[in-house]
Design a protein around this ligand. Sequence first.
Ligand code: NCD
Ligand code: ZN
Length: 359
Amino acid sequence: MLKLPGLIDPHVHLREPGQTHKEDWDSGTSAALAGGVTMVLAMPNTKPPICDESTLDLVLASAKAKARCDYAQFLGAGPDNVDWDKYAGLPHRAAGLKMYLDSTFGELRLDDMTLWQSHFQNWPKGLPIVAHSESRSMAAVILMAAIYDRPVHIAHISLKEEVLLIKAAKERGIKVTCEVCPHHLFLTSPLPSGEGPGVRANGRLEVRPRLATQADVDALWANLDVIDCFATDHAPHTLAEKDGENPPPGFPGVETLLPLLLTAVAEGRLTINHIIQKSVINPQKIFNLPVQSEIWVEVDEKAAYELRAADMHSRCGWTPFEGWQVKGRVTRVVLRGREAFKDGKILVEPGYGKNVREK
Ligand code: NCD
Ligand code: ZN
């Protein structure tokens, strides 16, 4: 039996308020616990999006009533909420500020670069900013971090050019950190360009950033030292939606993260220490998260089995890793002294999860 600290997933979409047929605070945090994740940072692209005090109150009320693991909630950067100094105390109640600067699901995308700049200037300096920025917009965001001399965390990097630019920026002392998702480490696009009719025809392959080429995947593995965190970007949509017209982008991920990483450990591509650094220690530092006691995950390292959505807790009902052979099963999770998960069963009630930004 292997004992790990509880994992932190800094990037999940829990779909409540507004789209609870995909997921809610109960099903999403149950899925997290089953995956060995004891703390999630929830994204703001819900319906309505979380951009001000009333929407933050709304989402935190659902979370308080329903979350089974610990959490914090991001605020979204919009066109109308750049004056962060006017929202006394609000930023401190959030996990951080999320800026959507590229193709995404929902209405939070910001195209006007002067708005990016205003958010960079006005969001309190000691609090995290996470940018969904790909390729050239990532380069622009890193420039803003340098100009305003403040940290920025780049969400879900997927390309060779991204990991190489972040490496160069870090070498220059720019305060940039980044995360990578399991699907960008373990899956490639069926088409070399990462785009095209083949990809669009299959909604189950739709995700933002898109799946990339083998050369991109190889570059991520070759530069693991540059990558600060593993994050799932758990983005559940139902199978009917994925297989229907205009499939929304996104993959579920919290329940497959640890089995996939442990399988890579068994194959000698990763170490347990990598998992602890990138799924516990670095997220704690980057997002100023409390180091809590009596939180751990027990894993049967030898268990070999097949990933099956039917065994999972997410409401979306599918996984891009269906049928994958993995090695390493989460058998038990202890959260703040209580047995929260054991042998496939969730043992803590809705509302047991704590908002780690609440004093
Ligand atoms: C995310 C979602 O569905 O909310 N989808 C995705 O493909 N990653 C949105 C996002 O993170 O951009
Ligand atoms: Zn996301």
